[in-house]
Structure formats: C-alpha cells, structure tokens
Ligand binder design. Structure first.
Ligand SMILES: Nc1nc2c(ncn2[C@@H]2O[C@H](COP(=O)(O)OP(=O)(O)OP(=O)(O)O)[C@@H](O)[C@H]2O)c(=O)[nH]1
Ligand SMILES: [Mg+2]
Length: 294
C-alpha cells in the first residue's frame, strides 16, 4: 500500500463542531472550541501522521453573514480561501438544522470540483437516529456529496470511520510535513488561542467578540515557560468585566488557561495576563494586521 497524504478543509457555518471534530480526528487538543458561534478566527492546520498516511486538516472559521466588521470579512475570507487549494473537503452541518449560513457554504462548495464528505454532526442530540432520515433526504436534494455521514464528533467509533472515508479520496503521495509536526502554527499562536478560548467560554453576551489576545513574552526558563499575554478589549467598561470583582474573573481565566497551556507544552507554565483597551480594533484593518489578523 502506498503512502497517502493531503489537505482536508473542514468547513461549515459557525458552531457546527468543526474545531471539535478536527481535534478528535488528530487525537489532540489544538483548535479552540466553545458553545459560541464564531469561536475560530484563523485557519489552522492540524496534522495527523500515521504509518500509511498523513492527513492535514485545515480548521476554518465558520462562514457567517450579518456581522460586517473588518474582522468578520477577515474570518470569512480565511474560510472561503481554503476551498481552493485542498484535496478534499469535510463539510459539517448540524443534524436537523439548516440556516442561511449553511446555504452560503453550499454556494461556495458548488463552485469547486473536489471530493466532499458531508458530515451531519451532533446526532447524539437526537432521540433516535431515524429522526435524521428525512433531513438526509432534503440534504441530498440540495447537494450531491461524495459521501454523507451522520455522526457525533464525540464518538470515537464515528471519527475512526470518518478517517477511513477520508482515505478513499486522499492522494497517493509522500508526506507534506515532517512527521513530528502537529500544526503549521507557532506555539505562541496556539497559546494565545488557548487563552482566547477561556475568554470565550467564561465571559457572557457580546464581550468575547470584542476581545483579542497578544503574546508579549514567551521564554523557556529551565524547564518552565514564562508567558505574558495582553488581552485587548474594545471599551474601558469591558476591562473591568474581564478583571471581575477583586480580580476573580481574570484569575479564573488565568488558571484555566495555564492548565490547558501546560497540557499543550508539556511543561510547567508561569502565566501573566494583562488587560488593555484598544478601541475599535476589530473594525480597523491596520489594528487587525498588527494583532495577527493578516
Ligand atoms: N452534542 C454535541 N455537541 C457538539 C458536537 N460537536 C461539537 N459540539 C459542541 O458544539 C459547540 C461548537 O463546537 P466548535 O467545535 O467550537 O464549533 P465550530 O464549528 O468550530 O465553531 P466556529 O469556530 O465558531 O465556527 C461546542 O459547544 C461543542 O462542544 C457533537 O457531536 N455533539
Ligand atoms: Mg471552530
């Protein structure tokens, strides 16, 4: 059997489970996830290298409509540009749900001529798997996917089956990345994302959408990483919410971030967080570029 490798774009509207399934497929937490739509903002390659194959999953921001800030156009571009240069696509929808944003993803997919596996995610939320059958039928009328696979991202037997399906389409060629790579992104990037994940998960309302994170210090000191990060908010009032009464919120975010960063770096971490106001950053192209959105 010859070695197979290739790029697999993971696409879909926000909140369908793209980052969750990407992590499950590579067997490691790399991409950030939360219950909120528009969690992922940047493309990230997640690489799984095995004896016979290398799968390079490209987790993308959810394609969305409605919000019109510069950051939204950055996110949509980051997602739609991934359709062009890949060997195949995993398109995620959520069982029994179909929105205008799913239709937008469909428009993009209609323009490309590569294999598409349509995954109908979150079937664990259904009372019975039979409930999904009429939904699959209407999906089939909308789009002719190479395969349609109802699944739950959390079910290991499902992700195992999905890997087998991917191998049906993955080109025969040598590995794209050295076998010890798990991502194309830097450790600093992943660490800043892990902090943003805790902000997304802990803060309510619209606040997380006005936040970004920048790493200021990333030093290895003996066996310990000393990391300092700045959390940018949009308005002064948001700064006190992120810090919380007696600093409790920032402490909680710091604690949770440190634990997940330690898991990723497999080392002890000393983490310092600072909150700073940078008004209008999410709708300012120059500010976005300087904050890594380019
Ligand atoms: N019940 C259930 N929940 C799931 C499943 N897959 C993902 N989720 C949940 O759905 C929510 C969104 O998951 P994400 O992986 O962040 O979704 P995403 O598509 O990457 O979202 P964006 O980055 O915002 O585009 C999280 O709360 C996940 O835990 C699943 O199979 N079943
Ligand atoms: Mg995501």
């Amino acid at each position: 059997m010859s070695f197979q490798s290739g790029y697999i774009a993971v696409v879909g509207r926000p909140n369908v489970g793209k980052s969750t399934i990407t992590n499950e497929l590579i067997g490691q937490k790399l991409s950030i996830t939360s219950h909120r739509p528009q969690t992922t903002r940047h493309r990230i390659n997640a690489i799984d290298t095995q004896k016979d194959y290398q799968m390079v999953f490209i987790d993308t921001p959810g394609i969305h409509i409605g919000n019109k800030k510069a950051i939204n156009s950055y996110m949509n571009k980051a997602a739609s540009s991934s359709f062009g240069d890949v060997d195949m696509v995993i398109w995620l929808v959520e069982a029994l749900k179909w929105t205008k944003e799913d239709a937008r993803v469909l428009e993009h997919l209609s323009k490309v001529d590569i294999p598409v596996i349509l995954c109908v995610n979150k079937v664990d939320k259904l009372n019975s798997i039979d409930q999904v059958l009429p939904y699959l039928e209407t999906l089939g009328e909308k789009f002719k996917a190479n395969d349609v696979f109802p699944l739950s991202a959390f079910d290991r037997s499902h992700t195992k089956e999905l890997r087998k399906l991917i191998l049906k389409y993955l080109p025969i060629q040598k590995a794209i990345y050295d076998e010890d790579y798990i991502t194309d992104r830097s450790q600093r990037f992943v660490v800043s994302e892990f902090i943003r994940e805790k902000l997304m998960r802990n803060l309510s309302n619209e606040l997380p959408y006005d936040i970004t994170v920048e790493i200021e210090k990333f030093d290895l000191d003996g066996k310990m990483y000393r990391i300092a990060a700045r959390i940018f908010v949009d308005k002064p009032s948001q700064k006190s919410i992120v810090i919380g009464a007696k600093g409790e919120m920032l402490k909680k975010i710091g604690r949770e971030s440190r634990i997940s960063i330690e898991g990723f770096l497999e080392s002890k971490v000393f983490l310092e967080l600072w909150v700073k106001v940078r008004q209008g950053w999410s709708d300012d192209k120059r500010a976005l570029a300087s904050l890594g959105y380019d």
